[in-house]
Write a protein that binds this ligand. Structure first.
Ligand code: 13P
Length: 259
């Protein structure tokens, strides 16, 4: 099993339907039939259906940025995983630091969402990462360990095999222009892969893709992609323009799959 790179855009709370469809049309032309790199776009809920329809026939995969763990119920303003699938989403970002920090999501809540997404075969991209204070206190590994063990508690090998991506996103690097050095990111990714090996098995450690997020752009992605344990990127700001985003896809293509 080889790890094909993933370049995932996280549009956060940006774009109207017209803007989104124009983006997909432009990106689809640039991508053509190429599928050396998995191209994911996590769009706002309202854009999942129109984007999925526009992306048909291309290798662009549409997903969501969050979900609730319940199957249905009285949860005003929330969206269930089955509804995301129904709208055409194939994956969902869970535990993004903006959800953790602004909306006070805990590891326990994220764990429930991960369980539900795995059950639904809605591929989760689980986000983890330390704050600047935690890094300065040399707590990075222990924070990652805690997030991984709490969010993936009880997950079975079968459920996560080929159905989980981890995004290492140091909080201090998100939206700040202060990207982690390739060495810092590589160290964190290696730590996560070792954790997967110790807590699941060698196959899982080799198969699960670990992508880096935090101020990634077309100028700094090459250095990151040269590291063997960095399997792609989760891109915020630089994913909002199709040509800029595609440059990152091109860099990931140079890196190729890790076998
Ligand atoms: P930026 O690329 O804008 O720093 O955002 C990163 C991010 O939060 C992706 O999920």
């Amino acid at each position: 099993m080889s790890r094909r790179p993933i370049v995932a855009g996280n549009w956060k709370m940006y774009k109207t339907t017209t803007e989104a469809v124009a983006f997909i049309d432009e990106l689809a032309k640039l991508v053509g039939k190429d599928d050396d790199v998995a191209i994911y776009l996590a769009v706002p809920f309202t854009l999942i259906k129109p984007c999925s329809e526009s992306a048909k026939g291309s290798s662009i995969v549409i997903g969501a940025q969050n979900m609730h763990d319940a199957t249905e119920g009285a949860f005003t303003g929330e969206v269930a995983g089955s509804m995301l699938l129904d709208a055409g989403a194939k994956f969902v970002i869970l535990g993004h630091s903006e959800r953790r920090n602004i909306f006070k999501e805990t590891n326990a809540f994220i764990h429930k969402k991960v369980q539900r997404a795995l059950e639904l075969k809605l591929h989760p991209i689980l986000c983890i990462g330390e704050t600047l204070e935690e890094r300065n206190d040399e707590q990075t590994h222990s924070v990652l360990q805690e997030q991984l063990s709490e969010c993936l508690k009880g997950a079975s090998v079968d459920a996560i095999n080929n159905n989980l991506t981890i995004a290492y996103e140091p909080v201090w690097a998100i939206g700040t222009g202060q990207v982690a050095t390739p060495e810092m990111a590589d160290d964190a990714h290696r730590f996560c892969r070792d954790w997967l090996r110790q807590n699941f098995n060698e196959d899982i450690a080799q198969n699960v893709r670990i992508i880096y997020g935090g101020s990634v752009n077309s100028s700094n992605c090459n250095g990151l992609f040269q590291k063997g344990d960095i399997d792609g990127a989760l891109v915020g700001g630089a994913s909002l323009q199709a040509d800029k985003f595609y440059q990152i896809v091109e860099s990931a293509k140079q890196r190729g799959s890790v076998v």
